[in-house]
Write a protein that binds this ligand. Structure first.
Ligand code: FRU
Length: 513
């Protein structure tokens, strides 16, 4: 009996011990989880770093069921600093798993933006299926000393799906020819030529390179575009092919982000050119640059390499250099945009790149019980979780229509479309915190010309600190950040008698944490 009792105690202790270690773990996890959930402005379904500063998405590559997202990261502060590559991965581009920091600065400099590929044929000799990152080394000491050649290109490889990395001992693989802004390599496998090719920005133009082994690179052409006046510094290029929807016509798309005050609504923004690429030179007949997003908060976006279904999947940094370092979040800074699929359409002889939320985003949407909504849907109602929802509708209209999101303390975010002049606009001047930055305040009124229309379809995706507006299935997009003092809970439309709303839907978006 004694022996038996002892055994029972041992078993109980054993179970108890196991439970204690496990629950400690659980408590830590739970605390991080809970703090993410309750932090003001922490997005519920957009990617954010657990803590500290993030900017551009980097190294977007798919491999064995995972979409990898590397990103410009400063792990020691909530403002920009010596750049690392942070790392996360996801099976669906929506639910993310944070991974250890991937790339750290070294004697050649900080690790600026770049891309990643899977070396299926072991062309570099780092192993079959090595994940190879190409990035810019930014040498702050040289920069301070006034040199021009402080940015060079380096590579690193990982043979364990991006968990740990080795930098190539022959870095830099591309030296600087004396150009102050020489960065952001986007490598891709050109399947028409069976070669690695790469686009790189050099201050005010793009350079195109190619390589057999990702180590030795030859410059093959340059693309310039005479903007009057010139736009700000060229950053984060991308070059890829898209089929015009519903046809067999193929075009090449060149994406460029521009710093400074270049974007349609101020600050930094991302535009694209549609054209031809013969394997060496990119050309376009486009008369002016078009923009991936007309809102102020989608920058440095690029697309995934190696996607399983050949979809062109895009992620942007949901901020703007004009005010990114002072946005009112406390423990982290910046989120990524919702992942978007890029599609090409031809409209009145003009090519247009559409960006729409990836199809899988639907899996996060749930119906809202009627009891959670009060007032008159769709024209004036209250829903307490509005800032975690998707509102969509079609409208037939004449003249102007307006709609707004608001909270109980009088803050609001206004949207308006006027079919007389074809302008869609937003007003975030009374949206909440706007005075943390003069530039943010100045960008209160934003607009885009979408043409004079009598039919529109509108989708508004709301998270804790962002509003993403997709018009006509992503033909025109406006992404903006908002920082209300209290969540928005009300939606209201202002319609004249010639305007109707159809197919109205509001759904809740499940949180990803
Ligand atoms: C774009 C950018 C890139 C650079 C990186 C530095 O936002 O300026 O050109 O590589 O950020 O963090």
């Amino acid at each position: 009996m004694r022996k038996f009792k002892f055994l029972i105690i041992v078993v109980l202790l054993g179970v108890g011990c196991k439970k204690t270690t496990q629950s400690k773990h659980d408590i830590i996890r739970q605390t991080v989880h809970e703090s993410l959930k309750t932090e003001k402005y922490r997005p519920k379904f957009h990617f954010t770093p657990k803590a500290n500063w993030m900017n551009d998405p980097n190294g977007l590559v798919y491999y064995t069921e995972n979409y990898h997202l590397f990103y410009q990261y400063y792990p020691d502060s909530t403002v920009w600093g010596p750049m690392h590559w942070g790392h996360a991965r996801s099976k669906d581009l929506l639910n993310w798993e944070h991974r250890p920091v991937a790339l750290y600065p070294d004697s050649l400099g900080y690790i600026f933006s770049g891309s990643a590929v899977m070396d299926k044929n072991n062309t570099a000799g780092f192993g079959q299926d090595a994940m190879i990152a190409m990035f810019t080394y930014h040498d702050p000491i040289k920069e301070k000393a006034g040199a021009n050649d402080y940015q060079t290109q380096g590579i690193a490889y990982s043979t364990n799906e991006g968990e740990t990395w080795t930098k190539y001992e022959g870095n830099p693989v591309i030296k600087n020819p004396g150009i102050r802004d020489f960065r952001d390599p986007k490598v891709f496998w050109n399947e028409d030529l069976s070669k690695w090719q790469m686009v790189l920005v050099a201050k005010d133009h793009v350079q195109i390179y190619e390589s057999e082994n990702l180590k030795n690179w030859t410059k093959i052409s340059a693309f310039r575009y005479a903007d009057h006046p010139p736009l700000g510094v060229w950053e984060c290029p991308d070059l890829f092919k898209l089929k015009v929807a519903g046809t067999d016509e193929e075009k090449w798309i060149l994406i460029i982000s521009h710093g400074g005050e270049s974007a349609p609504n101020g600050g930094s923004g991302t535009r694209y050119f549609v054209g031809g690429y013969d394997g060496t030179t990119f050309t376009t007949e486009q008369e002016e640059g078009q923009w991936i997003d007309y809102g102020t908060d989608n920058y440095a976006g690029v697309t995934y390499n190696n996607t399983p279904n050949k979809k062109r999947l895009f992620i942007g940094w949901m901020s703007n250099w004009n005010y990114a370092v002072v946005t009112p979040t406390e423990t982290w800074r910046s989120a990524m945009t919702l992942p978007r699929e890029l599609l090409l359409i031809k409209k009145d002889n003009t090519y247009l790149v559409k960006s729409k939320p990836i199809v899988d985003f639907e899996s996060l949407l749930v119906d809202i019980p009627e009891s959670e909504i009060s007032g008159s849907v769709p024209t004036n109602f209250r829903y307490d979780r509005l800032q975690q929802s998707v509102i969509s509708f079609d409208t037939e209209l004449q003249g102007a229509m307006a709609f707004e999101l608001s909270n109980t303390i009088g803050e609001n975010y206004k949207m308006e479309y006027n079919s007389d002049n074809g302008v869609f606009s937003i007003d975030r001047s009374a949206s909440g915190h706007v005075d943390f930055s003069e530039a943010f305040r100045k960008s209160s009124h934003q607009k885009m010309n979408i043409g004079q229309r009598t039919n529109l379809s509108i989708t508004i995706i709301l998270d804790a600190s962002s509003v993403e507006i997709f018009i006509d299935d992503g033909a025109y997009v406006m992404t903006t950040q908002v920082f209300p003092n209290e969540n928005y809970t009300h939606f209201k439309t202002y319609l004249n008698q010639d305007t109707t709303i159809k197919n109205f839907k509001i759904k809740k978006v499940k949180e990803i944490w």
